[in-house]
Design a protein. Structure first.
Length: 435
C-alpha cells in the first residue's frame, strides 16, 4: 500500500497539468457584429417630363385619385356663378364643342352636366351626400401639370375723371384702330409654332407688319396721345399698371359716380413680372414681393417707376362695361367662385374644383398663417399671365380683404374639372381611388 500513495499523487498532478493545458488552448467564441439593418426605401419615380407643347388634348387627364371634396364658401354664391355659365351655354350653338383633355364634348352635354350639378346642389346642399353623388356620377379631369400655382386677382378702385387735368394726367386707352391681329393658323408655317395662335402688330407706310407699341412707347413716349382713345384719366400710373394685371376695375369719378372698365384687347407683347424685375435689380427683398409691398416701394421711389413699369412690355386696352368684373367667357365674375385659366387648354365656363391655401391676417393686416381649403369654382376668365396647365387665378372681388388676398396669394395646389358621366359609363365600375 505504501507505493500506491505516491502513484496516486502523481496521477492527480498529471491530470491537473493536462487540464490546465487544455484550458489554455480553449478558444472563446465571439459573435460577429451584425451591421445595423438599413430600412428599405422604395425609390420615388420622378414625374414624367412635360410634353414638348401643351395642348387642349394633353392638359387634362382623367384623375386616377379623386380628391376629398369639401367647400368653404356659401352654396348660394356657387349657384349664382353656375347660373351665369348656364345662361351663356344656353345661348351657344349646341353643336359647339369643348375639350376636356382627350375628350371632345358638345356644349349641350356641358349644359346638361351643369344643370344636374345645380339641381343636386340645391336639393342636398354642400353635404357629404352631395359629395358622394359627385364621386359616383362625375368624371374628374385633373390638370396634367405636376402642381398648379394659384394666384389671386381683384377689382381695384381707381380715382379718375373723364377729362384730363393736372390731378388726373394718366389715360386709360381703348383699343387702337391701327392694331392688326394676325391669326397664325391660317398660314402654312403655323405647324412649326403651334403654341402661338395670334400675333399683334401695325402696318408701316411701306406695308411692313411690325410689332405694336410696347408699354414704354405708350406710357413714356406718348405714342397713342391725341388719337381720342382715352376713355378716362386717372391720378396714378402705378394704379393703372396694376389695373392692367387685374384686367378689370372701377373708376370713381369726381362727382362720385363710377364707371366699370374691363379688358378689351392686348398689344401682343409678352407679360413680364414686375416682382422678378425688382428682385433682379436688387431693389426689393423677397419679403416685399406682394402687390402691397411693390406698390409701397414704387410710392417711396418714384424715380424707379419708368424702368420698373417698362420692364413689362405687355399693355392692356379697356372698354366701358355695363357692370363690374366681366370675364372672358362673357359673364359677370363671382367673387371667390370664378377663376381665370389658359383658355387654349381648359374649357371656358366649365365647373372645376380647386384645393389650395389662403392667407390669414391679424388686425394689422399682417399674414399670420395659411389655411388649406377646397372649393368649387367656374372657369369664366383668362389672363395674359395665365399660361399653361400649371397656372390659375382666383377672382377675389372688390374691397380691402379682396385686395389683401389677391396681393399675397401665390400657393401650390390642385385643379380638377368635373363633367357628368354619360349614361353608359354610369353602369361601369370606375377604376379610381378616393382620397
Amino acid at each position: 500500500m505504501g507505493f500506491k500513495k505516491p502513484l496516486l499523487i502523481g496521477l492527480v498532478l498529471a491530470l491537473a497539468i493536462l487540464s490546465c493545458s487544455c484550458a489554455q488552448k480553449r478558444k472563446i467564441y465571439v459573435a460577429p457584429k451584425v451591421p445595423p439593418t438599413q430600412p428599405q426605401v422604395t425609390p420615388v419615380q420622378p414625374p414624367p417630363p412635360p410634353p414638348a407643347a401643351w395642348t387642349a388634348e394633353n392638359a387634362l387627364q382623367p384623375a386616377a385619385i379623386l380628391p376629398e371634396l369639401r367647400d368653404d364658401e356659401p352654396a348660394q354664391t356657387l349657384i349664382d356663378a353656375i347660373d351665369l355659365s348656364l345662361q351663356k351655354y344656353a345661348a351657344m350653338d349646341e353643336t359647339t364643342v369643348q375639350r376636356f383633355g382627350a375628350d371632345t364634348v358638345p356644349v349641350s352635354r356641358c349644359l346638361e352636366s351643369l344643370k344636374d350639378f345645380r339641381d343636386k346642389l340645391a336639393a342636398m346642399g354642400l353635404s357629404k351626400e352631395f359629395f358622394s353623388y359627385l364621386r359616383e356620377n362625375y368624371v374628374f379631369y385633373a390638370s396634367a401639370a405636376a402642381q398648379v400655382t394659384f394666384t389671386g386677382y381683384y377689382e381695384p378702385l381707381l380715382r379718375g375723371s373723364l377729362r384730363e387735368s393736372p390731378q388726373y394726367p394718366y389715360p386709360l386707352y381703348a383699343p387702337p384702330g391701327d392694331m392688326v391681329t394676325v391669326d397664325l393658323p391660317q398660314f402654312y408655317f403655323y405647324k412649326e409654332q403651334p403654341n402661338m395662335a395670334q400675333i399683334k402688330g401695325r402696318v408701316e407706310a411701306d406695308q411692313r407688319l411690325i410689332p405694336y407699341f410696347n408699354r414704354e412707347e405708350i406710357d413714356f413716349k406718348s405714342k397713342l396721345a391725341g388719337r381720342g382713345l382715352e376713355i378716362a384719366w386717372v391720378d396714378s400710373l402705378v394704379d393703372i399698371f396694376f389695373l392692367h394685371i387685374q384686367g378689370s376695375g372701377i373708376v370713381q369719378l369726381e362727382d362720385g359716380s363710377r364707371i366699370f372698365v374691363g379688358y378689351a384687347d392686348q398689344n401682343g407683347h409678352p407679360f413680364r413680372s414686375l416682382g422678378k424685375f425688382l428682385l433682379e435689380q436688387q431693389l426689393i427683398g423677397r419679403g416685399q414681393l406682394s402687390m402691397q409691398g411693390m406698390k409701397a416701394f414704387l410710392k417711396d421711389h418714384p424715380e424707379a417707376i419708368p424702368a420698373a413699369l417698362a420692364a413689362n412690355p405687355s399693355y392692356i386696352f379697356f372698354q366701358i362695361n355695363k357692370q363690374s368684373a366681366m370675364g372672358t367667357f362673357g359673364t359677370r365674375l363671382t367673387p371667390w367662385r370664378s377663376i381665370a385659366s389658359d383658355q387654349r387648354l381648359f374649357p371656358l365656363g366649365a365647373l372645376a374644383w380647386i384645393e389650395c391655401e389662403k392667407p390669414l391676417f391679424d388686425s394689422k393686416q399682417r399674414i399670420t398663417g395659411w389655411e388649406k381649403f377646397g372649393r368649387f369654382v367656374l372657369n369664366q376668365d383668362t389672363g395674359g399671365a395665365i399660361r399653361g396647365p400649371d397656372r390659375a387665378d382666383l377672382f377675389t372681388g372688390h374691397g380691402e380683404l379682396s385686395e389683401l388676398v389677391a396681393g399675397n396669394m401665390k400657393q401650390k395646389g390642385a385643379l380638377f374639372f368635373l363633367l357628368k358621366k354619360e349614361q353608359a359609363a354610369l353602369t361601369e365600375q370606375p377604376d379610381i381611388i378616393s382620397k
